[in-house]
Design a protein around this ligand. Structure first.
Ligand SMILES: Nc1ncnc2c1ncn2[C@@H]1O[C@H](COP(=O)(O)OP(=O)(O)OP(=O)(O)O)[C@@H](O)[C@H]1O
Ligand SMILES: Nc1ncnc2c1ncn2[C@@H]1O[C@H](COP(=O)(O)OP(=O)(O)OP(=O)(O)O)[C@@H](O)[C@H]1O
Ligand SMILES: [Mg+2]
Ligand SMILES: [Mg+2]
Lengths: 226, 226
């Protein structure tokens, strides 16, 4: 079970306040498959960053299987992220001077996986996203959609418990997008909890539960709650 | 009239050759409205970069209203870009330490527009994309979709002849995406030539002509040719 209670995230810029999250409460069991939708600027990435331990809320609580993530210190948060979370960023965040293989290996380096195993797993993940023949190329030598797929491969490298995918098919053509969604669904069948943000109604329709955001709040919640 | 003849773009990496464009020929008159589609890695951004004077082909010709862009030197290419082309990049390419307003002003600075006029025009363009209240914020203080809209505002700042928009709605929710498309169509009615790359079938359907890519070649060309 993963639960957030009355999360707020506020940005202060001089006299101005922006409420990215205005009080979000949500719970879901392991193995869930959620799609988060909503207008631009409604708080989706902000929630994703908090769930992934990449940001802290201004106030509120985040419980991950009874562990209070809100109270972890920086080292604890880094460990939580590396061991349990796979993240596909909206802007990919690949390291431009590393090859695709090295980008996918990186989470495994931090997790202490030894070189032979991590090389094999990175190559395997790149093959799953159709990039086996590109593993020695750098992100600057790839198209937008190819970069997105490297980011997807990297997110899965450490066998995470929770996959947070922020717009994971935005740069992909329809056929490649379907392949990626099929991969996510297979992993969800195997136990991975999947939360994705998407503007694509077809992608959202594939999730078992759809949570809608507006102005930093959840305004709709449809589908299976358990 | 804009014409490209047998464009090739080849990347050499050690022993490996990647043909991003394998011989593309295309012509279209001023005022056209084209959508370019195709799988990830099929050459769409590569063509867009060449059309926008941001890259050079390995071979082939590019004529923009009888001017041979292929033979311009670097200064000539920079002038061509700044004076005639508006570009929405797939990865936005905003300057992170500049405000939205300053990002939109930048093409006008290069074009020598004086400060009062360019400030007014930048504010006007940001209002057109629904970001009037965010003009003093930096890209790092914005969501993905908000950043995309700043990029769109910037592309229109210099009243270009040709708008090249690479995945201009990928980060936008459906409603905001429709507003942007309506803006492009209004500008096209007023004479702007619009070429956009999109993975979204709904967006492609709004264009008057649809050109399909695969493996660095044009494989389909439907709709109005004039
Ligand atoms: N700088 C580069 N060096 C080497 N190869 C490159 C470079 N830029 C692009 N390529 C390759 O050229 C091919 C075409 O790339 P391009 O970016 O034009 O594709 P695209 O159709 O825009 O794809 P997407 O839909 O994923 O954005 C791809 O195989 C890509 O990996
Ligand atoms: N670092 C920041 N500083 C200030 N404001 C921010 C910051 N990050 C996000 N915001 C603001 O918080 C709000 C929510 O942003 P968020 O990125 O969560 O939206 P989103 O729903 O992911 O939007 P999109 O669909 O465009 O990606 C927006 O108004 C955004 O401008
Ligand atoms: Mg976002
Ligand atoms: Mg592209």
């Amino acid at each position: 079970m993963i639960e957030v209670r009355d999360l707020k995230k506020t940005y202060q810029m001089g006299d101005e306040t922006v409420a990215a999250l205005a009080g979000v409460s949500l719970s879901f069991p392991r193995g869930s498959y959620l799609a988060i939708t909503g207008p631009s600027g409604s708080g989706k990435s902000t929630l994703m960053n908090i769930l992934g331990g990449l940001d802290r809320p201004t106030s509120g609580q985040y419980l991950f299987e009874d562990e209070d993530v809100s109270h972890l210190d920086d080292d604890g948060l880094a460990h939580f992220r590396n061991q349990r979370i796979g993240f596909v960023f909206q802007s990919f965040q690949l390291l431009p001077r590393y090859s695709a293989l090295q980008n996918v290996e990186l989470p495994m380096v931090y997790a202490g996986i030894e070189v032979k195993e991590r090389r094999e797993r990175a190559a395997e993940m790149l093959a799953k996203v159709g990039l086996a023949d590109r593993r020695h190329h750098r992100p600057t030598q790839m198209s937008g959609g190819q970069q997105q797929r490297v980011a997807i491969a990297r997110s899965l490298a450490n066998h995470p418990d929770l996959l947070l995918a922020d717009e994971p098919t935005g740069a992909l053509d329809s056929s490649t997008g379907k392949d990626v969604m099929a991969l996510f669904e297979q992993l969800n069948s195997d136990g991975l909890t999947v939360i994705l943000v998407t503007h694509d109604a077809n992608v959202a329709a594939r999730a078992r539960r759809r949570v809608g955001f507006r102005d930093g709040l959840i305004v709709s919640d449809e589908g299976a709650k358990s």
